[in-house]
Each structure stands twice: as C-alpha cells, then as structure tokens.
Write a protein that binds this ligand. Sequence first.
Ligand code: NAP
Length: 527
Amino acid sequence: MITGKNRIGYRYSSEGTVTFKTFNPLLNFENESVFYEASDTEINEAVRLADEAFKNYRTIPGYKKAEFLRSIADEILNLDDALIHMYCSESGLPEGRAKGERGRTIGQLRMFADLVENGSWVEATIDTANPDRTPLPKPDLRKMLIPLGPVVVFGASNFPLAYSTAGGDTASALAAGCPVIVKSHPMHAGTGELVASAILKAAKSNGMPDGVFSNLNSSGIEVGTILVKHPNIKAVGFTGSINGGRALFNLSSAREEPIPVFAEMGSINPVIILPQALKTKSADLAKTYASSITLGTGQFCTNPGLILGIESGELSKFIDSLSMEILKKEPNCMLHPKIKWSYDENKDVAISQSQTMVVANYEQDVEPNFAQQALLTVRGDTFLDNPQLHHEVFGPFSLIVQCKSIEQLEQIISKLEGQLTGTIIAHDDEISKYPKLVATLKNRVGRIIFNGVPTGVEVCPAMTHGGPYPASTDSRFTAVGIHSIKRWVRPFSYQDWPNHLLPDELKNENPLKLSRLVNNQQTSDKL
Ligand code: NAP
C-alpha cells in the first residue's frame, strides 16, 4: 500500500503542499498514487536525525551492519510481486528486467554485508613506537578508514532499483557507517517508497538508530538542492545526467565547507573497430551492436553512442549492415514522456548538424513514449570540428565516425571528454600494432573492453565504473563493486593512544582477526 509520504527516519510525514504523481509510459497514463514533496521542515528534520544517528551508527560493529544489510536484501525480496508490478508501472521496463535488477540490488547488499563482516576493508595500518630512535623517538601510529557522516543519495531514472533507493550508493554508504538520506527519483517514487519501507523495516528489526535512513520525495530540484547545501551533510552520491551532476558538484563547492560529490554521469562509450577485424567480423558485429545500441531502449550509461573506423569499402558495408540490423529491432517504450521528448530533441539536434548523414531512422508509427532508433554517420574532420556531436543522445542512437586515417582516429579519441568505457574490436594480433591508440583510449576512459560491447556492468571487485570527468566527478573512485565504499570514508590516525581505548580494528590483540599492515608487513597476527 503506497502512502505517498516521506520517511523521516521511522516516521511517515506529509506536511508539504506540493504533490505529484508518477507515470506509466507503457499505458500512457498517470499512476493513481499521490506523493508529497518534502517540505523544508521535513528536510531539516531528516538531516538532524541522520546527524544524531551517525553518533551511534558509526560505532556499530561490522557484523551488526552486515546483519542489517542482509535483512534489507531479505525485506526487498519479501516485497515480492508488489515491487515488481510497481517497478514496471513506473518505468515501462519489462518484468524480466525488474527481476534482474532486483537480483543485482540484493546481490550488492549481500556483497557489502560480507565485506564489512570481514572488516579488513578498513585498511588497518600500525606502525609501532621506537622510543630508542635517534635523534627523535618514533611514536606509535595506527590508522584506519572511518565514515564521513550523513550522505545524500540521488538515484537515476533508468535503474529504479540498482542505482536508486537501496542501490550501490546506499548499500556502500550504509556499509561504511554513514546514515543515508535518499532524494527519491520522481519518476519512480512508488518503487522508492516500497524499497524505503524494506530498508526501515530491516533497520528497526536490527535495532538501528532512528535516522539511519530517510526517504524524501520531490518532483523538482529544490529538495536535492537544500540537502546538498545543508551543513550536516558530508557527502553526495549521484547517478544521472551531466547537467544534474555538475549542478550538484558546483553547489557543494560553493558551500562554506565543500564536500565530496561522487557523480556518475553520462557517456558515449567510444567503440573502435580496427580494419582487419572489420574485414572478417562485419556481419556478426552489426548484429551484436544493433542489440547493444537498442538494449533497454538505449537507456544505459554504457550505451555505445560512438563507433569509429577507418574509411573503406568494408566500413561502408558495415554501416549498411548495422543500419539493416538496427531497423529490424522492434521499438520499445522509454522510461517517461520527458525522457522520450529529450531523446527526440537530442536526436534532431544531431541530425541537424551540418554534414551528418542519417543512415537509419525507424520511421514507422510507434506507440506513445516508444523510441524510434537511429544511426548517423559523419566524417572524422566534421566530428573533430563540432563538439555538439560529442554529446550523449540518451536512447537507442549511435553515431559512426569515418576517419581518414588511424592518426585521425587517435586524434579524435584524445579530444573526447572522459568516458565510462572504451571498446576495441580487433584481431588478437592486430591490436598490438596500435599501442599509441590503446594508450590514448586508456587515458580517456575508466574501463577498456576487448572484442565485446560496453553495455552490461558486472558487479565484482575488479570493476571500475567511473572515469575521467564528465563520466564521473572523481575518476579516482568506482561506483560499482566493493571499492565503491571508499567514497564514504576518510583515513584517521591515532598517535600513542592507549590500547584499551583504540577501536578493535587497531588493538594489539587483533580481536577481529583482521589482515593488517603492521610495520610494513601484511599479517593477521596479534602484536
Ligand atoms: P537526471 O535528470 O540528472 O536526474 C537524476 C536525479 O538528479 C533526479 O532525482 C533529479 O531530480 C536530480 N537532479 C537533476 N538535476 C538536478 C539539479 N540541478 N539539482 C538538484 N537535483 C537535480 O538523470 P536521469 O534522467 O535520472 O538519468 C539519465 C542520465 O543518467 C543519463 O545521462 C545516463 O547516461 C546517466 N546515467 C549514468 C550512470 C552512471 O553510472 N554513470 C548510470 C545510469 C544513468 P528531479 O528529477 O527531481 O529534477
């Protein structure tokens, strides 16, 4: 049962006067439930509670946080069909996708539970004292990672579960010991409310402090703006557009106390097809890439929005095959009329640029909110001269750049903005002939792929999901995998601190049996 209310810690609240509804893009009507946008008082109360909760939550041992995270996963599963139906009704995405994303979401929660239960992630580091050192005695120093404080999380429209209310940002921040306030995505506020109820049920049954989690509704940017500017918020997690992420980054930089904003934003994910591979793999590539470009109606941050090759008969043939394959795909529903409107507008802007050629544009009539896929091509010179063509068109769209030489291709890559991924399609013995091209690509991206597609982000410790700006606002971190927890912590050292007052992670006895760096040796031994 959807209440439409905000969750200020354990309390339901609907004091605000602004209301809104979500939209079913597949059936093209507004959903029934009415959501109450959080008022200034409610926002301030959520932050006050989070700040209060932090005093206790930051000291909760890893095994208890692990139980909390596992209970969240269980409670999400307990929502069962109600969650799946809500997800589909607010996103137009199919049931299979909803179930897949739910699996990913609970998998992430359990992954962080395992991480904090083990505890070694705090990177406990001990340098014991040497009172006899000359000319000065060496003090005893002990360092570990500690949580930053209350975190605000903004989820993306295209992942109502895995990059949203209980998605990777929330799971990693809670694992780190930070209370979380979610600024619920207005397009899937009902899904957000259900997931928030699961988180709070788990919090209560595990004795977590009131305020460890809050969920605030909003239909515009005001609630998020107030949250990011609030002095008691200590970090921000954002997944969404470049405009949104940059606006939040600017807001945080203008604060009296600037705070980190980890914004994961858009990308066009360049795919380079080397000449030999094109000769032998063209037909298969066309099929594979038609599927990747249209997967999820192109609404993925890793969508291959830019394909580059060297001008040739083979490249022309590939363009024809890809056009044919892409037009065979059935158009699909986009997440929201606003997203469909932006897609059409951005596609038209790309088409209207001089010297672009439309090679495929699905022209048959489609249902409302369904996207018509398109493929454009342009010469390397034109692409280099026109930065407008470097922008993401969020949807089933790609641009093929025909370069006059490998040198030009390399120049184009070096001029691209930062990207989440870069892909090279080549024969095994072909790629080694282009070390400069590979090095240039590595310099622009967070993940490099050999003979594959960029869509599909595996959740595992070795994944980097991020990249140079504007793929993310801080290329030193990943938003996916266990290392994403490092966004919410800071290093902290104790000098000559009494052993019995140290946290368990740093005590001589090593009661948690952690792997620690002691006097430069990795060991699980006691001191
Ligand atoms: P969005 O329009 O940027 O919205 C994301 C959230 O940020 C919403 O809650 C939105 O609130 C809020 N927001 C946007 N601008 C804001 C501002 N100026 N001040 C305060 N809050 C602001 O993005 P989206 O439509 O949800 O997602 C699509 C985009 O996300 C695509 O560009 C895609 O490539 C990218 N994406 C990136 C990743 C990644 O991991 N890098 C993953 C998925 C998607 P309101 O809606 O209430 O205004």
